[in-house]
Design a protein around this ligand. Structure first.
Ligand code: NAP
Length: 270
C-alpha cells in the first residue's frame, strides 16, 4: 500500500476512507443499514485503503462503532484510524472523556485525534494540553486540528509543549484550492500531515470533463486522476464511498502515477 511520509507522523497510508453519512448524520444515529456499511468499510480495508476518517459527531458515535466492527480482526498496525472531537467537548476534562468514549466505540486506540472545528469558547491551549495527556495515556498516538486557518494552526503549535501538532484536516479539492495560499505550503514545509476532506466535491469532481480526458491516457476515471493528483502533491485525500464500484475506483487510484506534465497541467487549472 502506498504511503506518504511526514516528519511529524511518519509514514501513513496515502489515501483514506471518509465516513460522513455512514451510520447516521449530525449527532443522530441510523442503524438501518449497519450490515451494508460494515461490509463497505471492510471491503475498502481489504482493497488496501488502510486509513479511515471518522468523528464522534458522525451518527452521534455510530460511525465509530461501525468502523470498529469493520476493522475487527484486521492487523492493527496496518491501519491508521483518525477520529475527531467536537468543539463542544474541547475543554480539558471533556476531551479526555470524549476520547475514551471514541476509543471504546472503535474498540482500539486512536492513531490521530483532531479537534473537529476551532472552539469559540475554550482556548486552544487547553485542548492541546488534553491531547498531550491522551498521548501519555496511550489513548491516542498523534493529535491535530481541522478547519483551522494558518494563524489558528500556528497558535495550536505554540501551545504544544511535549508533542507536536501532527496534522491538519481541511477542505481541499481541485474545486477548492484556498489552502494553497498558506496552510498547505506551510504544512508541506513543516512536516505536518495534510488531510484533504471533500476531495471529490461530493461526486462533482468524478464528472469533470478535463479530468476524464487526462484519465483516458491512463485508463483511469476522473476521480482516480484527481485522487492521484492529490497524493502526488503530498496530500492525503479522504474520499467517502460506500458503493463497491466507488471503493474499487478509490483503491485503484493508488496505483496511478501521473506524468510530471499532467501533474503540472492540472496544477495550472483555475
Ligand atoms: P467526498 O468524499 O468529496 O464525496 C463523497 C461522495 O462521492 C459520496 O456520495 C460518494 O458516493 C461519492 N463518490 C465516491 N467515490 C466516487 C467515485 N469514484 N465516483 C463518483 N462518486 C464517488 O465528500 P465528503 O464525504 O464530504 O468528504 C470525505 C470525507 O471527509 C467525509 O466522509 C469525512 O470523513 C471527511 N470530512 C471532514 C470534514 C471536517 O470538518 N473535518 C468535513 C467534511 C468531510 P457513495 O458514498 O454513494 O459511494
Amino acid at each position: 500500500m502506498k504511503k506518504l511520509c511526514f516528519r511529524r507522523v511518519g509514514c501513513v497510508p496515502a489515501i483514506g476512507l471518509g465516513t460522513w453519512g455512514i451510520g447516521g448524520g449530525y449527532w443522530s444515529a441510523d442503524t438501518s443499514r449497519d450490515v451494508e456499511w460494515v461490509e463497505a468499510i471492510r471491503y475498502a480495508v481489504e482493497r488496501g485503503v488502510r486509513l479511515i476518517d471518522t468523528a464522534e459527531m458522525y451518527g452521534g458515535g455510530h460511525a465509530e462503532e461501525l468502523v470498529g466492527r469493520a476493522v475487527k480482526g484486521f492487523p492493527r498496525d496496518d491501519l491508521f484510524i483518525v477520529t475527531k472531537v467536537w468543539p463542544s467537548h474541547a475543554s480539558y476534562g471533556e476531551v479526555l472523556k470524549a476520547a475514551e468514549r471514541s476509543a471504546a466505540r472503535l474498540g482500539t486506540y486512536i492513531d490521530l485525534y483532531l479537534l473537529h472545528w476551532p472552539s469559540d469558547v475554550v482556548p486552544i491551549c487547553e485542548t492541546v494540553r488534553a491531547f498531550e495527556a491522551l498521548v501519555d495515556r496511550g489513548v491516542i498516538r498523534f493529535f491535530g486540528v481541522s478547519n483551522f486557518s494558518l494563524r489558528q494552526l500556528q497558535e495550536a503549535e505554540a501551545c504544544a509543549k511535549r508533542y507536536e501538532v501532527a496534522a491538519v484536516q481541511n477542505h481541499y479539492s481541485l474545486y477548492n484550492r484556498r489552502d494553497e495560499v498558506d496552510v498547505l505550503p506551510y504544512a508541506l514545509a513543516n512536516g505536518v500531515m495534510y488531510m484533504a476532506y471533500t476531495p471529490l466535491e461530493k461526486g462533482a469532481v468524478a464528472r469533470d470533463r478535463r479530468l476524464a480526458e487526462i484519465g483516458r491516457k491512463y485508463g483511469a476515471t476522473p476521480a482516480q486522476v484527481a485522487l492521484a493528483w492529490y497524493m502526488k502533491r503530498g496530500v492525503v485525500p479522504i474520499p467517502k464511498a460506500e458503493r463497491r464500484e466507488h471503493i474499487d475506483e478509490i483503491a485503484g487510484a493508488v496505483g496511478l502515477e501521473l506524468s510530471e506534465e499532467d501533474f503540472a497541467e492540472i496544477a495550472r487549472w483555475r
